[in-house]
Design a protein around this ligand. Structure first.
Ligand SMILES: Cc1cc2nc3c(=O)[nH]c(=O)nc-3n(C[C@H](O)[C@H](O)[C@H](O)COP(=O)(O)O)c2cc1C
Length: 271
């Protein structure tokens, strides 16, 4: 696949992957490409843990599920991240960012605009939304053929210092390298961030992956082959929209419009 094509096609895979393991050749290619990512002074501050063992994936699935249930039931998650949620195409058009909840059971639709109120939260709990989302999270994670943990060495990852910033930039580069390589191999990619929202659950994940104290587990990602036949999760979102170049970029100094900028397409993703 052409690189520009891979960049356009890359997206988050929210649904299940095809029910087959990752080909050892593809796995090798993913990791070899990851190792080619740039890092400050070529420090290569990352280490990767590949999880394929069924029992370990099941445990990760349970932790992801517990985390999802707790976050949604408790309500703080909605409050913390509500600025990113969109519930209509009009809202998306207005901001061209955030994530659009575009798939949900019909029974929930009338309540969705009250989601961020205390009453709405209670209603969602009564309608079993946390249970549905937690169950989906468990299945998605435990049935992913490959789960990847990425850790950074604490010798470089020092929040507050420039080395800390450089490590984060390097981490971003490695993530995008893996994601584009996966796309070119017909594979999907999704972050598993919910356990990270709950420190004790993230510690459970770190312990399960055997991360030593000199390293910090930064990210957990699930990977597998894309299966176009797979049904979407019961409650699902999409976010192909992007702000136009004219809004994102200035010429020479902040606020100065870019020369000859054409109106940008906001969704360039190929089918
Ligand atoms: C640091 C980071 C954490 C993310 N965490 C999650 C996550 O926990 N679950 C998820 O489904 N997507 C997660 N995402 C994916 C973003 O929501 C997604 O990239 C964005 O909405 C754009 O959509 P796209 O990837 O389909 O282009 C994360 C992305 C980043 C960069």
């Amino acid at each position: 696949m052409d690189l520009l094509d891979a960049i356009r096609r890359r997206h988050t895979t929210n649904g299940a992957f095809a029910d087959r393991p990752v080909d050892p050749e593809d796995k090798r290619r993913l990791l070899e490409m990851a190792a080619r990512a740039p890092s400050h002074f070529n420090s290569q501050p990352w280490r990767f843990v590949v999880v394929e063992d069924e029992e370990r994936r099941k445990t990760l699935g349970q932790i992801a599920s517990d985390s999802m249930r707790h976050l949604i039931e408790e309500g703080a998650f909605w409050q913390q991240y509500k600025r990113y949620f969109r519930f209509s195409k009009e809202e998306v058009e207005a901001t061209k960012d955030g994530i659009l909840i575009d798939n949900m059971p019909a029974v929930l639709k009338p309540f969705i605009k009250y989601l961020f109120t205390e009453q709405g939260g209670k209603m969602m709990n009564a309608l079993q939304v946390p249970r549905v989302l937690a169950n989906d999270a468990r299945k998605l994670v435990e049935r992913s053929p490959l789960i990847l943990g990425i850790a950074l060495t604490r010798g470089e990852y020092k929040p507050g210092e420039l080395a800390g910033l450089y490590s984060m930039v390097s981490l971003g580069a490695v993530v995008q390298t893996i994601w584009l390589t996966a796309t070119s191999l017909g594979m999907g990619f999704q972050f598993i961030s919910t356990p990270q929202e709950i420190p004790e659950n993230w510690e459970r994940v770190s312990a399960l992956l055997g991360i030593p104290t000199e390293y910090e587990l930064m990210l957990l990602i699930r990977l597998g082959y894309i299966d176009p036949q797979v049904k979407r999760p019961a409650i699902d979102w999409t976010s192909p929209q992007r702000k136009g170049i004219a809004e994102l970029v200035f010429q020479e100094t902040w606020g100065n419009p870019l020369d000859n900028e054409q109106p940008a397409r906001t969704d360039e993703r190929s089918p």
